[in-house]
Write a protein that binds this ligand. Sequence first.
Ligand code: HEM
Length: 512
Amino acid sequence: MEPEKMFMSFALLAFLGLFACLYNALVMKPEKLRSILRKQGIVGPPPTFLLGNIKEIKKAQKSPTQDATITQLLASHNLAATLFPFFEEWRNKYGQVFNFSLGNTQILYVNESEAVREITTCTSLDLGKPTYQFKERGPLLGQGILTSNGAVWAHQRKVLAPQLYMDKVKGMINLITESAITLQESWKSRIDEEGGVADINIDEDMRSFSGDVISRACFGSNFASGQVIFHKLRDLQEAMSRKCLATGIPGMRHLPTKNRREAWRLEKEVHNLILQVVKQRAEGAYENDLLQMVLEGAKNSDLSQAETDRFIVDNCKNIYLAGYETTAVSATWLLMLLASNQEWQERVRAEVLQVCGGQIPDADMLRKMKQLTMVIHESLRLYPPVSVVSREAFKDMKFGGIFVPKGVNLWVMVLTLHTDPEVWGPDAYKFNPERFANGITGACKLPHLYMPFGVGPRVCLGQNLAMIELKILVALILSKFSFSLSSKYCHKPAIRLVIEPEQGVNLLVKKL
Ligand code: HEM
């Protein structure tokens, strides 16, 4: 055969092969999964070609203009209806378990109690890859992020998890207190400068606090370098999600070239900075921080040098990504709720003053502050930063009588479960910390449905750290200041990487 003809035949074959692969991935496979679900009576909104149900989701997420007053808006915290109206509609139409599509990915939305219990507590390693909420958030900060790298995940659970328990890391309370005192001092000077009452946008302050704690916990005495690294990670996260158009179709995620270049530059900088700290560390003394645990983990493995570097960098990035924004936004919502519920603000302040008696809280005092714990639980119930717990079935499995074929993603909507009147009673949308007076089991009929930190084998590694951070921060703020909502505050929860106030939270703060 002539070379040109041969080339043409190869090209044609390659094209047909590619077409067949794409057709299978985009059309055949999703349809097969849908049909298996359909046979069990599980249906859902009809998907459009290639996009699935992305268009409906995007349309519904354009935040509505609000005419109601803040008082009216805060009388009922039905976030699920505001942020995910399409889920409410689909649930009413198709039931507690339904199927929808994000591009070619098949999602099984599960709201049925027994199936939720089985999914979240499943210990099978085949079921464990978190899938990202809505793909437009963009590819996160490189590989290995959010535990998609098996080695990083296993290491985090085995080695880092015990370190994140407070009794193991005694110094943790001190470092959190130092960060909270820095914030206290800056508010004091702002109040003096503004003549007794300061109108403070607290979002950045909460981020600084959370970033400060995580930099100290992770990088110990290399705290200053840690802060630079985490600032760059934040820029990287922003560069990655900014104007990132994703259709859900494989290969069709588009990040503008300028952003991509910026992301690459930042990624490289972060990588080098972390390894620079590691190098300094190798020459210096042993430290009791998370980086040290990561380094020990790397030393005890048989990874190559390049893999070791990747392992260290990914672990540090993971800690930042999982622990920074979540804690910051939880603190922001918590203060917003206390500002709009003066009675609870006073109740918790009275408890703080009585238990701590003007001292910096220690572990024992933190345990004793029951009202404070109740308020935090209630705030995380109504405003859970992570709204979906998701998993991917890596093999055919069965949950609560539902056969789930390999490749299907399971979504448990934390937000909906947290405010279901059937579970929490008729005041489910109201801020009422009293419901937690007898703990989580006393607060609702099915306690396994309360999951701000997830549940089961993939439960949040930093939940103890986060709870202590929130307790110390709020205790220190309440012991020095009183605050109410500023007229600048506009109640518009929005879904980004976490659920956050779209226009921030402004508080009027004065000294006690
Ligand atoms: C209020 C603050 C926080 C909230 C609401 C939160 C929530 C969550 C949730 C819902 C998950 C997923 C659980 C699942 O899929 O079942 C998670 C995972 C995780 N969190 Fe947190 N988190 C917080 C703070 C932190 C902090 C401070 C750290 C670390 C310093 C941290 C580290 C992690 C890690 C490493 C994972 C992945 C665990 C795994 O996949 O095995 N989190 N978190």
